[in-house]
Ligand binder design. Sequence first.
Ligand code: 13P
Length: 261
Amino acid sequence: MALLRKKIISANWKMNITASEVSPYLTAFLEEIKGINEVDVILIPSFTSLPKTSELLSSLQGIRLGAQNISSHDKGAFTGEISAVMLRDLFVHHVLIGHSERRHLFGETNTIIHEKMKISHLNQMNPILCVGETLEERRSGKEKQVIEHQLREAFSGLSVNQITHTMIAYEPVWAIGTGQTASVEQAQEAHFFIRSLIEELSDASVSQKIRLLYGGSVTPENSEELLSAPDIDGALVGSASLDPRSFAKIVVQAQRNCTKE
Ligand code: 13P
């Protein structure tokens, strides 16, 4: 019997939404998602907006907080870095690791990403590991090879329990911020491939439990179709999450999708 995985809709605000914009955002967002209880929502603000978001979410059940990055070091002389302990202090439960903007604009290698995976798990933070190919890699038919390499490096040496407490976001680089979403078939194929690889790296029960998110130009117009694919358990939303009403629509659709199943 297929295991029912709870849907997750996550907002990656990237370098948008200041601390003083958080409160009006949440007021509008919470109004729109009243009665939604079958979807996990994760908000991922910038570091400077994390304390305010954490404070405002503290009394709310069901909405979790994530960070966009984490230091691969424990503590010490690392100017400008933010440690796992600092994030936990703000009740941050999730952290994006290996987002393509970190990989491609800030030179994060698979080795750094692996270190960040280890430190997150050591501090009981659940990572959302991002993987995905560039347009060039897809055009040359290498997308699975790239995803496999990214996954194997990130998960190397991690325990089955740590793999279970990780989410994976498939974000094809060519679909991020471009308005060009992957087709449902392309996204489903990649997700199915990732799930099969997780089975190989852990076991069948973990691969059925682990939640896989799709990211790349997700909007209220295309989220319903994407979320209906069997291996797509959620969405990681960039631009469309900056408007609380449009992000709320995606959450509401995800709940509708759950109740249909
Ligand atoms: P967009 O939704 O703006 O394409 O961004 C996706 C993304 O990078 C989420 O992490």
